[in-house]
Design a protein around this ligand. Structure first.
Ligand code: GAP
Length: 446
């Protein structure tokens, strides 16, 4: 098995994703549109599974975190208050020679075009990343609105609404999963940096004096999530503290959880101590009182915020990169090496298909269908009838299915099936009535 993830592995992953319907360019028949990606049948299954896992871990399993689903467009004053209209930008430069555009902070040498080596670059200038639109029939300045650049701002704005209706007291959190939009200058590395993406964010409101403790708590919780649920190891992820001079305009302390992608270490998640910045600003700009009355100590405080913020698409990409494997040690009956077996070794909990039902012969389809109907109630499943059993195993390996059920002629007699494990290749005979129990134990780690 090759563990050597060379950069060209990205090309293989992108091509596999397109071929097997995980992820492909948006509006491809029109030539696509830079930085936008569609998730196909297997992609959307897995995307929802990742979201459900995050939501369960961050919201359902905690009594001190509430959920929210806010709109993508809000009153534009939200983005003036958050600082995004002023400060949310990058310096960019254009190459006069080849007409390519670059973010200055990403150039190795800001005086040379990374595309064609020309020195003829325009003066760096500020570029705001907010996506602009108009609300209502007239496209005038007073009707300008913005697509949210992060999902957390509506959480701050709705703080009182959520706190009062959910009868929460400090400290507590509000979580949201949803689309965010950034007019990135250079979308790149497949879904790593795109212009439309999904964020999973949790804002934890606490007292200033306890906030560094909560910051450490959430860092540890998030690392445990990656290791225990997504099966990332110390070789896959690391934490990087932001240097004080590199902190975002709102942050008092921040760290990135980085993943080792084939193209290098890249940010997967940010843990940010946002201080009182957001709540103070929204209070100032809205004129509403966002203070919290601390009954125990008879005082009013502006809540301090600790944030965990991760991209769903980046999590997906990290899982793809970690899972991609090529197995050339496989041999056929004559002992000859088969062509390469491509396997996505996804953790079963997020695999798009968790159980595939494969009748050995088409004649067994009606009985196998009964098994399929039983398992699909509890696990993401599919049935595949076409091609040799070997080919069908390969197909399932390629989409990362951890368990294949083979229904054979003996199954008619003993009411049992063979379960083939993607990673160990071991085969086990299991009674049909025990399948739910078997897979629940094998798949559900929470
Ligand atoms: N609320 C804080 C915030 O948005 P961020 O570091 O700008 O912080 C958080 O973004 C996470 O969102 C990143 O760690 C990344 O996973 C994801 N993300 C940010 N920009 C992205 C983009 N253009 N494409 C895909 N994911 C992105």
């Amino acid at each position: 098995m090759s563990k050597d993830k060379k950069p060209d592995v990205m090309e293989k992953i992108v091509s596999l994703c397109k071929r097997r319907g995980f992820i492909f360019q948006s509006s491809e028949i029109y030539g696509g549109i830079g930085g936008f990606w569609d998730y196909g049948p297997y992609g959307v299954k897995m995307k929802r599974a990742i979201e459900a896992l995050w939501w369960d871990y961050m919201v359902e399993q905690r009594s001190n975190v509430e959920g929210l689903d806010s709109t993508i467009i809000s009153n534009p004053k939200v983005w003036a208050a958050s600082g995004h209209l002023d400060k949310f930008g990058d310096l960019m430069t254009d190459c006069r020679e080849c007409k390519s555009r670059h973010r200055v902070d990403q150039m190795e040498d800001p005086t040379t075009c990374p595309n064609c080596d020309s020195k003829d670059l325009t003066e760096p200038r500020e570029f705001n990343l907010m996506m602009k639109t108009y609300v209502g029939p007239v496209s005038t300045e007073e009707n300008v609105a913005y697509l949210r650049a992060e999902t957390c701002q509506p959480i701050f704005v709705d703080f009182n609404q959520v706190r009062v209706s959910a009868r929460q007291k400090l400290p507590f959190g509000i979580a949201q999963v949803g689309k965010a939009f950034r007019n990135e200058i250079n979308p790149r590395n497949f879904i790593f940096r795109s212009r439309e993406f999904t964020q999973m964010e949790m804002e934890f409101f606490c007292f200033a004096e306890d906030s560094m403790e909560w910051y450490g708590y959430w860092r540890d919780q998030r690392l445990a999530y990656y290791k225990d649920l997504l099966e990332f190891t110390d070789e896959d992820i690391r934490t990087e503290d932001h240097a004080p001079d590199a902190l975002a305009h709102y942050a008092k302390a921040a760290l990135d959880i980085e993943f080792k992608f084939p193209f290098g270490w890249g940010e997967l998640e940010g843990i940010h101590h946002r201080g009182e910045w957001d709540m103070t600003r929204h209070q100032e700009f809205s004129g509403d009182n966002l203070e919290y009355f601390d009954q125990e100590n008879n005082r009013k405080v502006t809540p301090t915020v600790v944030e965990t913020s991760v991209g769903l698409d980046r999590t997906f990409l990290a899982l793809l990169c970690k899972a991609y494997d090529e197995d050339t040690a496989d041999t056929n009956k004559e002992g000859k090496a088969q062509d390469t077996r491509v396997v996505l070794r996804f953790p079963a909990i997020v695999a798009p298909i968790q159980v595939a039902v494969l009748p050995l012969s088409k004649k067994l389809a009606p009985q196998a269908e009964e098994v399929y109907k039983k398992v699909r109630k509890y696990f993401r499943s599919e049935m595949d009838l076409t091609g040799s059993i070997g080919k069908r195993y390969r197909r399932q390996d390629e989409i990362g299915t951890p368990y294949c059920i083979t229904f054979d002629f003996e199954s008619l007699e003993d009411n049992a099936v063979t379960i083939r494990n993607r990673d160990t290749m071991s085969q086990e005979r299991v009674a049909i009535e025990d399948l739910r129990d078997y897979f629940e134990k094998a798949i559900d780690k929470q």
